[in-house]
Write a protein that binds this ligand. Sequence first.
Ligand SMILES: Cc1ncc(COP(=O)(O)O)c(C=O)c1O
Length: 366
Amino acid sequence: MQIPAHLLPRDGRFGSGPSLIRQQQLDELLDRGRHVLGTSHRQAPVKQLVAQLRQQLAELFQLPDGYEVLLSNGGSTAFWDAAAFGLIRERAQTAVFGEFGGKFAKAAAAPWLSAPDVREAAPGSVAFLEAAADIDLYATPQNETSTGAIVPVRRVADEDALTMIDATSSAGGVEVDLRECDVYYFAPQKNFGADGGLWVAIVSPKALDRIEEIATSDRYIPEFLRLDTVVTNSRKEQTYNTPAIATISLFESQVRWMNEFGGLSAIAARTRESSHLLYDWAERTDWVTPFVAEPAHRSPVVVTLDLADGVDGKQVSSILRENGVVDIDPYRKLGRNQLRIGTFAAVEPDDVRALIGCLEYVVERL
Ligand SMILES: Cc1ncc(COP(=O)(O)O)c(C=O)c1O
């Protein structure tokens, strides 16, 4: 089935990560690539690029006093293990309401720690953290990318413990007050429209103290996952091992664009607009329903829509793919007849309008 050209979005990339990379990011990569790509990450040009990235992130997130921007290699998945080795003292509490929260709960079940206190809720709903005895780190995803459910970032009232947020798919697309947590970590392949493979963690003074406390204890920590080493390297605008310099360039371009766009609140308004177009459309269309029943927990950056029995999501997404509109398939392990649409910072609300037009065109003709 061919969708008429005038109905198609200008850019058909609606993936939930890797996600749309804007042309300006690619143009800047070509321009500055000549100076930084293929050169040493220990020399001034790349260190300056890393410094700019850290400064732009500090501006975007209005870094509270004493907080620092850390970065290293391996994506958020590597950070999970780094946290198990270097941030959990003895026992974590973790909120699990989808695949990614579940993966961190597994990392937090490391043999040198006590079994985590897992607060679980069914996919499509959310679970909350809650102060409890003998917990020294509370961890939750802000946005569960596998289901499209989001929770507010709020510090757990527990003096001695850290609050840690997996912001992989929310950072840069949703507002946050970093004073409400100690560790806000993410990777650049979602709102930041870069490639994966890197992680960033914005950490509070309390988290820096915890890193130091555990690093100087007698716990064995693999060199690659040592957070004290990350602190030292980040302060020198470096990473412990060789980074993907192209990713850092794409990432820096996007954060600079976000700050020029009006900062986090302006970007968050844009993702809200895009996602609401879809949720409102789903509410008034009989063959599609928002998967997350509670409107307050519907993600502004990952929109999950269940399809009626008579509509085959696989068929719809494959027709759209043939027409250049890609990656609207559900999270593979969720196993639902669903569409999952990334409405990250780079996605134009007008392209979301066009996507809705395309979906209607296709389903009416099936
Ligand atoms: C919420 C969340 N956490 C963690 C990850 C893992 O990130 P990475 O692929 O950078 O390891 C993802 C990836 O999609 C994610 O969405």
